[in-house]
Ligand binder design. Structure first.
Ligand SMILES: [Mn+2]
Length: 309
């Protein structure tokens, strides 16, 4: 398993210094790579300085995630103001160049501001088509990178334009480029009341699963709780499908240790994923598939008891 973690969990403990945060990440056994936010994590140090620190820390860059800030508050690629949408696209291209430079392979696009809050506020088809055109253009700009759409149903907006696995796969299908796929975030799926394993399997079955953000929560908010702490059986099912489809990208812990010591919290995530991974192995992929084939709730519940042994 290729494990990555959220740098912003550590930043407050090192006065926001990205190089110190990366050195701290390297102390955590099991974490081999990082996802960095663009441009956020490159405000103090240049790309080559960050690259040097990563080398010293023996960390790989999985990819870069776009972070659109206040300029884009009314929309990013789908912004009704074409000038602002162009700015968003320029930032995407910059991120792709930086990602390549750092040896990463995934550009994660979370369009948190492309959405709406009021009826009649947005021309849905115009926004959808505009996002589609820019994602297509980005895919063509960086054909050597994976362009991965991370969806979230709401927050920052009341409604996101791309809010679910269904709409993300529709966008991926309409864009119709080899290198455009999906990043699933476990908490975001719970917020949409998707069963995480189902959504994951839809993307993976199409060869479009490019990223996995793991965490836990209660479904209403993006709680970002530690892995497996709330919905263990659903996480176990999620892991089963990751293994079934032989997912070999990074699993990124997208958790928010607000009151917890961040390194200890990340270590708990590593511990949890290793335990869940070994539980799936102990139950056996074939055995689990056999139970699924029976379509029998009682037999499925026996897996829970086998885990408690
Ligand atoms: Mn996420």
């Amino acid at each position: 398993m290729k494990l990555a973690t959220r740098i912003n969990s550590i930043l407050p403990t090192v006065n926001g210094d990205i190089t110190s945060a990366l050195r701290k990440v390297s102390e955590i056994e099991g974490i081999t790579c990082v996802d960095l936010n663009y441009p956020e994590h490159f405000s103090t140090y240049s790309i080559s300085e960050v690259k040097e620190t990563l080398k010293e820390a023996n960390l790989e860059v999985n990819g870069l995630a776009l972070r659109f800030r206040s300029h884009f508050i009314n929309g990013e690629l789908g912004n009704n103001d074409k000038g602002i949408a162009e700015d968003a696209f320029a930032l995407c291209k910059e991120a792709a160049d930086a990602c390549r430079d750092l040896g990463g392979k995934v550009i994660t696009l979370w369009l948190g501001f492309d959405g709406f809050d009021y009826p009649f506020q947005v021309d849905y088809q115009k926004a959808w088509n505009q996002v589609k055109e820019y994602v297509t253009a980005l895919a063509d700009y960086a054909p050597d990178l994976q362009i991965s759409i991370e969806y979230k149903p709401y927050q920052e907006r009341s409604y996101a334009l791309i809010d679910s696995i269904g709409l993300t796969l529709l966008m991926v299908s309409e864009v119709n480029r080899e290198n455009v796929g999906v990043t699933v975030d476990y908490c975001h799926m719970l917020m949409k009341r998707e069963n995480p394993a189902y959504g994951l399997s839809l993307a993976a079955d199409k060869g479009k699963l490019y990223g996995v953000h793991l965490n836990d929560g209660y479904g209403t908010h993006d709680d970002g709780l530690m892995v497996g702490t709330v919905s263990l059986m659903q996480t176990l099912e999620f892991m089963y499908y990751l293994k079934k489809y032989d997912y070999n990208g990074a699993i990124y812990f997208d958790t928010f240790p607000i009151r917890e010591e961040p390194l200890a919290e990340i270590r708990q995530n590593v511990k949890a994923i290793n335990k869940i991974n070994s539980l799936v192995d102990e139950l056996g992929l074939e055995n689990i598939q056999e139970i699924i084939s029976k379509n029998d709730a009682i037999a499925a519940n026996e897996l829970f008891f086998q885990c408690l042994k």
